[in-house]
Ligand binder design. Structure first.
Ligand SMILES: C[S@@+](CC[C@H](N)C(=O)[O-])C[C@H]1O[C@@H](n2cnc3c(N)ncnc32)[C@H](O)[C@@H]1O
Length: 379
């Protein structure tokens, strides 16, 4: 690395005074690697840190770039890195107490720049894992704001918050893979598929709802040119082989189910609708039939996300979530996670908040504030 912008003692103060830097730095990959490798070859900790300070200065103050780190014209090979993450990685090197530690962090940075490491089921670059802070890895989700951007209108009574399919798709599929939602309702999953460049098929029993969903999904920009299709059918009996065959595929890579929570919302008067089941037992049987009908079409080792809540009946808590979980576990899956997600106030309950609190106090129960995202892996 040339030292024509050698660190001055004042640099540290200047940089500390810099406000947090957000956004993406588009860098000349080869130049960046050259600088990192050259710094990694230095055997004196102070000199090594001087080189890192110089690099940090370029990232923080692009006008000071005399090395061409930001010159992306001379070499087409570029890399986009989140500035705040890169700066914190450089800071970690500057805080190192030993030359060994500093070199270790530099090597890690070098690997992160030159290699992409993903697992089998997602595109998340594990070498740059710090850049993915939108991905939730805790089992308690408190999401208070529904994403209403683009085609997500939130018009459908009983839809789920778009962040649920968003998280599942990012975490458990790669671009251009296939997602199947057997209770697609207003098409939330398919809208997310379009945004994230995944193909999606949704099955919906109610033909009017299916038609509305199709129109809505088609309004979402399809910048990755993926297929998103709504099939008006009963998920217990729909011919999946034929449906997938139309697109030349035999299996999907992610299964999402957000069934009615038994009779909490009447989705239709159709006897085939899970919300019309005559009892909890019948509901579980119908749900089990959907799992059975679709499981052969999920690739082995891939994920199934079930979104479900519990209910009260005649003063008794009915653990629908866990009962459904048992139905899934009977059918060749292992349980990977149970996420507890807060329940935003429904339109119906919002006005009656006081009444529910009073009823809860009188009846000795608790007002529902959570539902589950249960995650299974096909064996
Ligand atoms: C909880 S909603 C799903 C909402 C969806 N996640 C959304 O964001 O709009 C359940 C949906 O399942 C549909 N449904 C009920 N029984 C069905 C069945 N046997 N096959 C397919 N869809 C069914 C209902 O019509 C309803 O639209």
């Amino acid at each position: 690395m040339k030292t024509n912008y050698k660190a001055q003692p004042k640099f540290f103060e200047d940089l500390e005074a810099t406000p947090p830097i957000f956004g993406v730095a588009i860098l000349n990959k080869e130049k960046l690697l050259e600088i990192v490798r050259e710094a990694g070859a230095i055997t004196d900790l102070t000199l090594l840190k001087n080189e890192v300070v110089a690099l940090k200065r370029v990232i923080a103050f692009p006008k000071s770039d005399r090395e061409g780190v930001l010159n992306i014209d001379s070499n087409g090979d570029t890399i986009s890195l989140r500035k705040d993450v890169l700066i914190s990685e450089l800071d970690q090197i500057l805080e190192a107490q030993t030359i060994g530690r500093a070199k270790y962090y530099l090597k890690r940075l070098e690997n992160g720049v030159q290699e992409t490491k993903t697992n089998k089921v997602s595109d998340i670059n594990l070498r740059r894992w710090k850049e993915y802070d939108e991905i939730i890895t805790d089992s308690l989700w408190v999401l208070d704001k529904r994403d209403t951007s683009g085609a997500h209108l939130g018009w459908y009574w009983g839809n789920f918050i778009p962040q649920i399919p968003h998280q599942m798709i990012l975490r458990y599929t790669k671009k251009k893979e296939w997602v199947l939602d057997t209770f697609v309702g207003s098409g939330t999953t398919l809208i997310e598929c379009r945004r994230l460049g995944r193909n999606g098929i949704g099955v919906e029993l109610n033909p009017d709802v299916a038609g509305e969903a199709k129109k809505l999904v088609d309004k979402e920009v399809n910048k990755y040119d993926v297929t998103t299709e709504v099939i008006p059918a009963d998920s217990r009996t729909v011919d999946m082989e034929k449906a997938l065959g139309e697109y030349g595929i035999k299996q999907v890579q992610l299964l999402i189910m957000h069934p009615p929570y038994y009779d909490i919302i009447d989705f239709s008067k159709d006897r085939r609708d899970l919300s019309q089941a005559g009892s909890v037992e019948e509901f579980l049987k119908m749900f089990g039939d959907v799992v059975e009908n679709t499981t052969p079409f999920l690739e082995k080792g891939r994920y199934f996300a079930l979104v479900i809540g519990d209910k009260y009946s005649k003063g008794e808590w009915i653990p629908l979530g866990f009962r459904c979980m048992d139905e899934v576990l009977k059918r060749g899956y292992s349980l990977k996670s149970i996420i507890v997600k807060n329940f935003e106030e429904t339109r119906g309950k919002r006005n009656q908040k006081e009444l529910w609190r009073y009823r809860a106090l009188v009846g000795g129960f608790y007002v529902f504030k959570h539902e589950y995202v249960m995650l299974f892996k096909k064996r």
